[in-house]
Ligand binder design. Structure first.
Ligand code: SAM
Ligand code: SF4
Length: 428
């Protein structure tokens, strides 16, 4: 049997798409390999959101060139946000790559496979499914809306992933029901902005409508979704989260900056005041909510005072998790065309460290409140001789148990907490 190896970096959407590609390759008679060097076909699923990610892609492409020189039959496929509209130019730059296809462009992948005589089941022609033949996890990632219409000034995603296209409610419900039939207990619905879901569909269903439909699938235990956009999140959605038992109390709500002028230059479409008000409404409607956010430091012209506004917002909001990034200019974006990258790298690093330090203290305090408490964990796998899984609020929990707990809901008494994870004993 020929074999494949998929290398994935970047967001959850990339992870979901790698599972879909694996589903296609499995259906075409391939089996998974454990490394580049043991595979007949390699897929690079790439990210270029920051220069550091792009550098990793370039490094891996260089490594694969060496491998292909030694094994000329090796097939190399590249997808993800590295693939721009100028595929011919990219092809000339990287002649050792056999196929470049845009994120989610499965017709291109399948046509390539067909030219090479790879059989494809008819039902896979529109988009391949995660077929569960990769290592089993009780949690599945389900893309519900592709692309982004927002054009935040720093962001390359809309240029690489195109405009928003939602998947119809009925198709998502069928897919989730099928996955649940195979043992999946939790789904995470994915979109660059899940609050835009459905505006392009007949009847304009929204995320709240989709959550209601999915909630009625028996044996589906948990539903999550990401990412929300502070300018678009609706009261209807907040009420729906609070009323549906299966929807977990966790939100990813990126603020990006705590300064109104920076938010304006980023084209985020909201102010700090609006963000604060939204968080108040969320917290009063869903008291158990855990909140994650994203912050970029060192955006064009960010003064020390403007940075302090981000720092004090982090202090005030008490997020559970903060994903931090130093501004990285991305060719073709509005900020790249109109602004300078004028904050020195060492200042960006200092600012990152300051927020990181503050957030570590905050997360440590929040998590320590779980000491001695009992939490429910959906067990996802094993790492270093321990089982691990997540609480409904997305806290990572480790515990020891001699039995097979994969896919089970376990009650864990928390004995150890840190800013990043929790540890405890399974209750019998
Ligand atoms: N759609 C989500 C949103 O509205 O925030 C996030 C998608 S983006 C691919 C993921 C994160 O990468 C962003 O939240 C932002 O913090 C970070 N990011 C995007 N472009 C960046 C850039 N040019 N420099 C640094 N960080 C960036
Ligand atoms: Fe990028 Fe903004 Fe779209 Fe998120 S909402 S993907 S940050 S353009």
């Amino acid at each position: 049997m020929p074999s494949y190896f998929i290398w994935t970096i970047g967001c959850q959407m990339n992870k979901a798409e790698s599972q879909q590609i694996a589903g296609y390759l499995n259906s075409a008679g391939y089996q998974a390999a454990t490394s580049f060097s043991s595979a007949d076909l390699v897929v690079l699923n790439t990210c270029v959101v920051r220069q550091s990610a792009e550098n990793k892609v370039l490094g891996t492409l260089g490594l694969l060139k060496g491998l292909k020189d030694k094994h000329p039959d090796l097939q190399i496929l590249v997808t993800g946000c590295f693939v721009n509209s100028h595929t011919q130019e990219l092809q000339q730059r990287f002649p050792h790559v056999d196929l470049l296809f845009k994120p989610g462009d499965y017709p291109e992948l399948i046509a390539w496979g067909e030219r090479r005589g790879m059989p494809v089941e008819q039902r896979l022609l529109r988009y391949p499914r995660n077929d569960g033949r990769m290592a089993f996890s009780p949690c599945a990632l389900i893309p519900i809306i592709q692309g982004c219409d927002n054009f935040c000034s720093y962001c390359i995603v809309p240029y690489r992933r195109g405009r928003e296209v939602s998947q119809p409610v009925g198709e998502i419900v069928c897919e989730v029901a099928e996955l649940v039939g195979r043992g999946i207990k939790e789904v995470t619905l994915l979109g660059q902005n899940v609050d835009s879901y459905g505006h392009d569909l007949q009847g304009h269903p929204d995320l709240a409508d989709l959550l209601n439909e999915l909630s009625s699938i028996d044996d589906l235990v948990r539903i999550r979704f990401l990412t929300n956009h502070p300018k678009d999140m609706s009261l209807k959605l907040i009420e729906t989260i609070s009323s549906l038992d299966k929807v977990c109390e966790h939100l990813e709500l990126p603020v990006q900056s705590g300064d109104n002028d920076i938010l304006k230059a980023m084209r985020r479409g909201y102010t700090v005041e609006r963000y604060r008000e939204l968080v108040q409404i969320i917290r009063s409607g869903i008291p158990q909510i855990s909140l994650s956010t994203d912050i970029i430091v060192g955006f064009h012209g960010e003064t020390e005072e403007q940075f302090e506004h981000s720092l004090s917002l982090v202090q005030e909001m008490k997020f559970d998790v903060v994903h931090l990034a130093a501004y990285s200019p991305r060719p073709g974006t509005i900020a790249w065309r109109e602004y300078q990258d004028n904050i020195p790298a060492e200042v960006k690093k200092e600012r990152l460290n300051k927020i990181e330090e503050l957030q570590t203290t905050i997360a440590s305090e929040i998590n320590s409140q779980l000491q001695g408490r009992e939490v429910e964990v959906l067990v996802e796998g094993r790492k270093k001789e321990k089982w691990f899984g997540r609480t409904r609020s997305n806290k990572l929990v480790f515990f020891e148990d001699a039995g097979d707990r994969l896919g089970q809901l376990a009650r864990i008494q928390i004995e150890k907490t840190s800013p990043w994870s929790l540890g405890g004993q399974a209750k019998k």
